[in-house]
Design a binder for this molecule. Structure first.
Ligand code: ADP
Ligand code: MG
Length: 360
């Protein structure tokens, strides 16, 4: 196990990068704590695999260093870095039995016969592939091949980090859920640092203690699932995480506080100081939007439709040109139709400048 530090990292696949758009990874300083269960979450193309491959040394960064426990490992090979990596598609030896596929990384490292037997049985049990151990890998289903591939990543307990790059892509949906909770279980028992890459928020939030959210080559927030939900550091995080995501309304300053189309909207972080040329937005999750009661006044909206999920009601509305979602508990009275007014929970409503949460 090791603490992994990324120092002043930058990466471009272009030989002579010019602007920031030429960088697959923008300037980055980041530390992965020893023993952490991390998810690296972001949309396709945001640089997740690039970052993972830099940690494993499949990609050499254009700038910056990778340190394991304070030691510069940038020039070292994947083998020398002592890491395990599981890819999106199975990497296995077709001609070997399942048993030998799992045993191979251990044999390579000179583990004893007995230790190999123990670990192979343990991992095969965890992945529910014991009945396949004596079969040749060649004829197995894609699901089973990927399980073996994951097993090969998990079998060594002496690695610095185990990294998974969207490993469940080829796995059947019902199995996905099971494997994900097994991985979590396994992390709790071995405590090896794990980095799990995915573009799927559910996968990220169920696996990880800490989620690292990336967008366009940069880390925009690191936090527990609760932190990402409660206090998105960037409108991207608010929008990307949550179902539906955070409402984002263009705002302007009116006196001390922000307003939307002339209606003042109290926020938890009224800005102490602004340059004046920032792009301001108000962010509030649908969970913290409610309809004004008699005698209250709020933000005028037009209710477009309401759907009932059985657990809550989801209201689709529009404030001017801006779409707005509200999630109402089941027990509340009828959701209004047509013209209505909404109120945002001021403790859960925040102001963003150029996408970033304003500190106050
Ligand atoms: P993700 O894993 O989040 O989908 P990647 O790290 O694969 O993202 O890609 C980040 C960016 O770098 C994308 O724009 C992608 O097209 C580009 N890229 C990735 N790998 C290469 C490569 N080998 N050569 C050139 N460009 C690449
Ligand atoms: Mg990728």
């Amino acid at each position: 196990m090791a603490t992994i530090e990324l120092q002043n990292l930058r990466h471009s696949y272009v030989p002579e990068p010019k602007g920031p758009e030429d960088y697959a990874l923008k300037h980055m300083n980041f530390t992965w704590k020893d023993g952490g269960a991390y998810a690296l979450l972001g949309p396709s193309g945001c640089g997740k695999s690039t970052l993972l491959n830099i940690i494993s040394s499949l990609v050499t960064p254009s700038e910056g260093k990778v340190l394991f426990d304070g030691r510069d490992v940038t020039p070292l090979t994947p083998d020398q870095r002592n890491i395990a990596q599981v890819f999106q598609f199975p990497v296995i030896y077709d001609t070997m039995t399942v048993y030998n596929n799992l045993a191979f990384p251990l044999k390579n490292r000179g583990f004893s016969r007995q230790r190999i037997e123990e670990r192979v049985r343990e991992i095969a049990g965890l992945l529910e592939i014991e009945p396949l151990l004596q079969q040749r890998a060649a004829n197995l289903s894609p699901d089973n091949k990927q399980k073996i591939s994951m097993g090969r990543g998990l079998v060594r307990d002496d690695v610095n980090v185990i990294m998974f790059d969207e490993p469940l892509t080829v796995i059947d949906p019902h199995l996905k859920w099971k494997l994900r909770s097994k991985l979590k279980e396994l992390h709790q028992s071995v405590q090896t640092t794990m980095i799990y890459v995915t573009h799927d928020q559910t996968e990220a939030l169920t696996f990880a203690d800490e989620v690292v959210v990336m967008e366009e080559g940069q880390v925009v927030q690191i936090g527990t699932p609760v932190e990402l939900f409660e206090k998105p550091a960037h409108t991207f995080v608010g929008h990307f995480i949550g179902s539906p995501g955070m409402n984002i309304l263009p705002a302007e300053m009116n006196g001390d506080g922000p307003s939307f189309h002339g209606t003042a909207v109290p926020v938890a972080n009224p800005p102490a100081r602004l340059e004046g040329n920032e792009r301001l937005e108000i962010g509030v999750r649908p969970e913290f939007v409610r309809f004004a009661r008699k005698g209250e006044s709020g933000l005028p909206v037009e209710v477009l439709k309401t759907t009932d999920t059985g657990r809550y009601r989801l209201v689709f509305a529009r404030a001017g040109d801006t779409k707005l979602h509200a999630i109402l508990p089941e027990d509340e009275s009828e959701a209004p139709t047509g013209q209505a007014e909404v109120i945002f929970d001021p403790e859960r409503t925040r102001l963003y400048a150029d996408g970033w949460l304003l500190e106050n």
